[in-house]
Design a protein around this ligand. Structure first.
Ligand SMILES: [Cu+2]
Length: 257
């Protein structure tokens, strides 16, 4: 009986520790330890179809959803820079083990003049029960800023506030041989064309997107606002494609004989 009770106590202790560990992973600075309870910016976990080893990613921000919506409008152009104290945390899960392995962080910090007022940092761990350790980023300009600079129109932030209810109602696929990139979506998501058709991909967003075949048979390269890309589909097949800038975006072309 005593042994049983001890076992039970131990079980509870382990349970409590596990729950606590899930609630606030060890090793996180206080300012973003509770990040998982913040506003989630992405509608669905981001995955990278070209790299099955990379796990799903989620992005959280320490702003109220309403405030965030007022900052990032349709097309994700920010109306004002994010204010002091804003923190954005992107977590990446380990596919095989199912725990958060890497955190990338952007913190608004006016002292960071070389990186446009954002402090870029990262943390990682190799097991779920380990404390996070800071990742040494020797040159945040080269390693982080230079890539994020392409999002100049949205204060260097890629992830739009993808609340699907914000997507424009009644946005219907255009007919024919055209895919519109709008509000961070490819439309129509499935386009059916006859073999031999040239499809135009047109970017109506204010930010850069691209179009990349999952089998790498074509890639548009960066499509700026109003950018166009043409691709001819000669043989019957189904082509999956995605945007390598924002990996959440996907679509497919069904080429019929
Ligand atoms: Cu995109």
């Amino acid at each position: 009986m005593r042994r049983l009770a001890t076992g039970f106590g131990l079980g509870v202790a382990i349970f409590v520790t596990t729950v606590l560990a899930v609630g606030a992973p060890a090793g996180l600075p206080e300012v973003f330890a509770p990040y998982q309870s913040w506003t989630k910016m992405n509608a669905v976990p981001l995955t990278d179809p070209s790299n099955p080893r990379a796990g799903p990613k989620n992005t959280f921000i320490n702003l109220d959803a309403g405030v965030l919506r007022s900052l990032i409008g349709r097309g994700a152009r920010t109306r004002a820079p994010f204010h002091a104290g804003t923190v954005i945390v992107r977590e990446t899960l380990d596919v095989d083990a199912g725990f958060v392995r890497v955190l990338f962080v952007m913190e608004r910090d006016a002292a960071q003049t070389r990186t446009r007022g954002w402090k870029f940092s990262g943390l990682s761990r190799t097991a779920a029960n380990q404390a996070f350790q800071p990742i040494a980023i020797a040159d945040p300009v080269a390693r982080c800023l230079n890539c994020h600079l392409q999002m100049g129109a949205s204060d260097l932030v890629f992830t739009p506030f993808l609340n699907r209810r914000d997507a424009l109602p009644g946005r219907t696929p255009t007919s024919g041989d055209r895919v519109e990139i709008f509000n961070y979506l490819f439309g129509p998501q499935t386009l059916r064309v006859r073999a031999g058709t040239t499809v135009a991909f047109v970017n109506y967003d204010a930010v850069v997107h691209d179009v990349k075949a999952a089998d790498r048979s074509f890639e548009s390269g960066n499509l700026p606002a109003q950018g166009r890309y043409f691709q001819t589909f000669t043989r019957p097949q189904t082509v999956q494609y995605f945007c390598a800038v924002l990996l959440e975006m996907r679509g497919q072309i069904v080429v019929e004989p």
